[in-house]
Write a protein that binds this ligand. Structure first.
Ligand SMILES: *Cc1c(COP(=O)(O)O)cnc(C)c1O
Length: 367
């Protein structure tokens, strides 16, 4: 890329991007997107102006679904959909399609709460566990999932509070999971879930596309009338092409999936992610100034939340400014936690985590 080009000004500057979402994309993904904006698949057209019905774009959707299945080892009988509307649309699409009488939900944070609120509009909801009383600093345990519910809904990674469920639960009912912010950070036993969904803007693509992994034989079992766009079957039957899908974000998603495969797949991504998280958590745990906000056993490896210890509270803003001088962006914590949140999504290199840790140490030494 010519050093003085517009895209280079946008893409070549060295920032360490810790934003929680939309978030960092790999250089591989960005380069492929830039190429396809100029000329997509030798068509002489930009990916931004191509028909979604063209054979070149159909090939993109087909390959993206195939790679999703390959990387996550998705069993037979599941479809991968690429839809609009964000994960938030899934908060009501899931109960509309799957909730006959009652569903169980685990309340682990802001997003879980929003999912619960929507499900309650549609049927009975039993919240089987909640850590709300302690500002969501841990994942509830020891609760019972009733056997008479249609599904049990979990949010595997709590992007705002920095807790994570890094296992596939064994429960007596089928599960639905919002994996918006930790998909592709570990192998998942997809067979334990009826449906997995997420916004792609955390670990896959720019904003605009939502992935849904759905077991086909759980569809078509509710009696309620479903508007066409709300019915998963519409999208399953038309291969995500019932209406115009988010063409460009799907293209970007495919590039990221290719990059994941080149890197060595989900097990390798897990190894890298856990190494990055351990590097930062170790620095927090050995600091006299910073302290983590959640129970160590429930810590997220994707979103690391930490604050200044009470005796240093007045330096909170100063550290943000100091980090900014090192090219570190996006570490201001969500308002419901305060302090800092460093999101360590797959595309963030270990090098950036090291820059952050060095900045923490330098700041600590200066004060
Ligand atoms: C970001 C996020 C959402 C919301 O996604 P939208 O695509 O903005 O609707 C939902 N759940 C989790 C866990 C998230 O991190």
């Amino acid at each position: 890329m010519p050093k003085n080009s517009f895209f280079c000004q946008v893409l070549c500057q060295k920032k360490h991007n810790f934003y929680a979402g939309p978030s960092i994309l790999s250089q591989y993904t960005l380069d492929k997107c830039v190429d396809a904006i100029r000329d997509f698949a030798g068509t002489g057209l930009s990916i931004l102006e191509i028909s979604h019905r063209s054979k070149e774009f159909q090939a993109v959707v087909d390959e993206a679904e195939a790679l999703f299945k390959e990387l996550l080892d998705i069993p037979e009988g599941y479809k991968v959909l690429f839809l609009g509307g964000g994960a938030s649309t899934q908060f009501y699409m899931v109960p509309m399609n799957l909730l006959k009488t009652k569903a169980a939900y685990l309340d682990t944070g802001t997003w879980a709460n929003k999912a619960i609120k929507e499900a309650k509009l549609i049927g009975d909801v039993e919240v089987v566990g909640s850590s709300k009383e302690d500002n969501y600093t841990y994942i509830p345990k020891g609760y019972k999932v009733p056997t008479d519910v249609d599904y049990f809904h979990i949010t595997t990674n709590n992007t705002i509070y920095g807790t994570e469920i890094r296992e596939d639960y064994d429960v007596p009912v089928r599960m639905v999971a919002d994996m918006s912010s930790d998909i592709f950070s570990r192998p998942v036993d997809v067979s334990k879930y009826d449906l997995i969904y997420g916004g792609a803007q955390k670990n896959i693509a720019p904003a605009g596309v939502t992935f849904v992994i759905v077991k086909e034989d759980v569809l078509g079992q509710v009696d309620r009338v479903l508007p066409t766009m709300v019915n998963y079957k519409t999208h399953v039957d038309k291969g995500s092409m019932f209406n115009t899908p988010p063409v460009f974000p799907i293209y970007a998603a495919l590039q990221t999936l290719k990059w994941y495969k080149e890197l060595g797949g989900v097990k390798e991504l897990q190894r890298i992610d856990e190494e990055k998280a351990a590097y930062l958590y170790d620095a927090i745990d050995s600091s006299k100034m910073f302290v983590g906000t959640v129970k160590p056993e429930d810590r997220s490896i994707m979103n690391v939340c930490f604050v200044m210890k009470p005796e240093y509270k007045e330096l909170e803003k100063d550290f943000l400014d100091f980090a900014g001088t090192k090219g570190i962006v996006g570490i201001k914590g969500h308002r419901s936690v305060g302090g800092y949140r460093a999101s360590l999504y797959n595309a963030l290199p270990l090098e950036s985590v090291k820059v952050l840790v060095d900045a923490m140490k330098e700041f600590e030494k200066n004060h």
